[in-house]
Design a protein around this ligand. Structure first.
Ligand SMILES: Cc1ncc(COP(=O)(O)O)c(C=O)c1O
Length: 380
């Protein structure tokens, strides 16, 4: 493992901007922007588009995403959002009346709405695990899972408090009671390694626009091979066997791809956005996720110590790449906008302030953050 030097030169971030909000949205890599521009401009000359273009770029990007996740390409579907991926997973989940569906308090709304709808549809009971006082989410979730549990929908890293959940322990517990495990790795994939073979979730979903550094409206869904005969949520054509033969499309073959490709979204061959996702993932693989994790952990550890000195406390059990801090008596009114006015960008979620750095952040950013935060807290 190596600490990666600051990579700001690969982004378009003015010196006076201290951007600490990768948990909301990563900035675009310059190279990814160029790839996107080139992709978009394919539409300027549609006569140059061949049938294979509906397939080759999707397969290239699917392969890159699969490498990042640690999966085989045929186990990964291209989707537009986490809510889409969850709709697919939950449509195929067998849940009986009276069983439980387990979620975490304050989890991202896409998860909560999907699980609420599933529970209502199947007359199951929704169990919401309360945020534990000491931040040990894993123990609290394990306790909520029992023989009545049909499905657990959990993040790898909690988007509000930045706590890492031990997904291997969670998966073991789910297996032991026969519950389906759906993981949302939007706040981890690209910055925190996950041993997919060891975890072996039923489904794993991620939006690409945060730690994967991809575009908005592209995400990925891993589907365990045991669920690949499932039903997609759309009646698409590109997901059918033999779709490459455009002349025969009106034969309306019913057979779906025999793998996760059957769960791809309609128009998944997005000429503008897929090249952006591809360029971003290629860069992440080049840096190495272990190296990213270690570099961000070191940066955050130093920042955490300085934040403590200005009376801001990070949550315990934080993921290495994720800082989320609490304030005595809650965050001061208007602090997010006040910091933004000074070029410091963070995000408030609930009673926490997320301060999520990446490889483009440097010492000058940290210094700017501490200075303006200290001043805001002192009412200056
Ligand atoms: C944990 C988590 N899941 C999912 C999402 C995005 O969900 P969707 O793609 O459904 O908009 C976010 C965005 O903040 C998130 O933090």
């Amino acid at each position: 493992m190596t600490l990666i030097p600051c990579q700001r030169h690969l982004f378009d971030i003015p010196e006076e901007v201290a951007y600490f909000d990768c948990a909301k949205m990563s900035p675009l890599l310059v190279a990814a922007g160029e790839a996107g521009r080139e992709g978009l401009m394919r539409k300027a000359h549609p006569w140059e588009l061949k049938a294979e273009h509906w397939f080759d770029e999707s397969e290239r990007v699917r392969g890159l995403a699969a490498r990042l996740i640690g999966a085989a390409a045929e186990d990964v579907a291209i989707i537009p959002s986490v809510s889409y991926g969850l709709a697919t997973a939950l449509r195929n989940a067998r849940v009986a009346a009276g069983q439980t569906v387990v979620t975490l308090a304050e989890d991202f709304p896409s998860t909560i709405y999907a699980c609420r709808a599933l529970a209502a549809r199947e007359e199951a009971r929704l169990v919401t695990v309360a945020r534990p006082a000491e931040g040990d989410w894993t123990a609290a979730i394990l306790e909520a899972i029992d023989g009545a549990t049909a499905l657990v929908c959990a993040p790898h890293v909690h988007w509000v408090c930045g706590t890492r959940i031990d997904v291997e322990a969670l998966a073991r517990r789910c297996r032991s009671v026969g519950a389906i495990l759906v993981l949302d790795t939007t706040q981890s994939i690209g910055a925190l390694p996950l041993d997919l073979q060891a975890v072996d979730p039923d489904y794993l979903v991620a939006a690409s626009y945060k730690w994967m550094m991809g575009p908005y409206s592209v995400g990925f869904l891993y589907v365990a091979p045991r669920h690949q005969q499932g039903v997609p949520i759309e009646e698409g054509w590109v997901t059918r066997k033999g779709a490459e033969d455009f002349r025969s499309l009106a034969a309306y073959g019913e057979a779906l791809e025999p793998n996760a490709r059957r769960f791809d979204m309609g128009e998944r061959s997005n000429f503008a956005l897929l090249p952006v996702a591809g360029a971003a993932i290629a860069q992440l693989l080049d840096w190495g996720v272990e190296n990213i994790r270690e570099t961000l952990d070191a940066f955050n550890a130093a920042l955490e110590a300085r934040l403590a000195a200005v009376a801001v406390r990070a949550a315990s059990g934080r993921a290495p790449h994720y800082l989320s801090v609490g304030f005595e008596g809650g965050p001061p009114e208007g602090i997010e906008a006040r910091l933004a006015a000074q070029g410091v960008h963070v995000s408030l979620r609930g009673d926490r302030m997320r301060i999520t750095a990446h490889l483009y952040n440097h010492e000058g950013d940290a210094e700017r953050l501490i200075r303006h935060l200290a001043s805001a807290l002192q009412g200056g």
